[in-house]
Design a protein around this ligand. Structure first.
Ligand code: UD1
Length: 343
């Protein structure tokens, strides 16, 4: 079976994707600098799959190191590039760090792929590229216009997509699949891997589960005066295991050489928008754990509402996110309980 290089493979989405790839028989090499993940994730993967993935602690910015590694692993047929910094607020504080990390890594990888005759890359992008879509573009499909990014983080995703397009134009042997994720949540059903945020979580789901576990006093709901049915923001929350499976489909498609275009773009979402308050209420209902919360002011830079039109991924990739949200929220809670040793 082919080997896939997974950069950022000990991270949240990366680790779930490694599990799905290995369960489908792929050999995996993880490259991760562990800047926002933990080496013990490898134990979780091994426990689930029954086999340990190859791992190298390395920064994708280390060009000579990556060059040596790719010479050593001459069986790599494709790359899934997750490794990136992803905190929106931090990117506003430290834009150059974000430009260096997120753009330098991709440029290095593409150069090295050319040098080592690796022609397939799957790239982790984000629905953030759409900004706030206008009403006629909701749900948002892949043809919706890209809007000016609201943060350096978002801008790195846009620039990286352009870099891939330009390189594919210059090198006709390169094939790329760009996956625009909506809001990934939940954890593996085994509760052996999941999201591991550093410090106080920025994202909704880990904040909810940490509040449920008693680590945080209460959840702050950022705004109830939006133009939505209950006034809170709407997102498309997608189960991380469903998301991981989309990466396997993307890899299969590239290796089978059935892609219609050199660069293909897919929205990965459920097609269903849920509000912050709906998520909160559903979490309380399915777990039986109360979450104290208060409504506070809007968070700067938040989009009011966005959810996916996943038709293209459903039909062309042959993939669908179909795990019920109740199961997804339960999985997030089981993972938090596992982390904190709660029975
Ligand atoms: C954000 C980024 C997205 C990035 C993702 C990953 C924007 C517009 N989006 O998604 O590009 O890929 O993070 O890190 O910057 N909320 C609360 N209380 C909280 C936390 C969140 O009410 O304590 C609300 C937010 O206002 C939002 C929703 O929950 O309406 C989801 O927030 P979050 O999980 O941070 O994701 P996004 O902001 O959608």
């Amino acid at each position: 079976m082919a080997r896939i290089l997974v950069t950022g493979g000990t991270g949240y989405i990366g680790s779930h994707t490694v599990v799905e790839l290995m369960q489908q028989g792929y050999d995996v090499l993880i490259v991760d600098n562990l800047s926002n993940s933990n080496i013990e994730v490898l134990d979780g993967i091994e426990q689930i799959v029954g086999k340990r993935p190859d791992f190298c602690r390395m920064d994708c910015l280390d060009y000579p190191g990556m060059d040596r590694l790719l010479s050593q692993y001459s069986d790599i047929r494709g790359v899934i590039h997750f490794a990136a910094s992803k905190a929106v607020g931090e990117s506003v504080e430290k834009p150059l760090l974000y430009y260096r990390n997120n753009i330098g890594s991709l440029v290095n990888l593409l150069e090295l792929m050319r040098a080592h005759a690796i022609n397939n890359i799957v790239f982790s992008s984000s629905c953030t590229v759409y900004g706030q879509p206008s009403a006629e573009h909701l749900p948002v499909d892949e043809t919706a216009p890209i809007q000016k990014a609201l943060s350096p983080y978002g801008n790195t995703k846009q620039i990286n997509e352009e870099i891939i397009q330009d390189e594919a134009h210059a090198d006709k042997s390169l094939h790329a699949i760009i996956l625009r994720y909506f809001n990934p949540v939940g954890a593996h059903p085994s509760a052996l891997i999941g999201e591991l945020p550093n410090g106080v979580p920025n994202n909704l789901m880990p904040f909810v589960t940490q509040t449920a576990a008693g680590l945080r006093q209460k959840l702050r709901v950022f705004g109830d005066d939006y133009n939505t049915p209950d006034g809170s923001c709407i997102r498309d929350y997608i189960y991380v295991v469903d998301l991981a499976k989309a990466h396997v489909k993307a890899v299969e498609r590239m290796l089978a050489e059935t892609a219609e275009e050199q660069v293909e773009i897919f929205n990965l979402g459920t097609g269903r928008g849920l509000s912050v308050l709906e998520i909160l209420r559903t979490f309380i209902r399915v777990t039986g754990v109360d979450i104290p919360y208060e409504i506070v002011g809007r968070r700067e830079g938040d989009i009011e509402q966005v959810w996916a039109e996943p038709h293209k991924a459903n039909t062309v990739l042959g993939w669908k996110a179909d795990t019920p949200v109740e199961d997804v929220l339960r999985s997030a809670w089981n993972w938090e309980k596992h982390l904190r040793g709660i029975k």
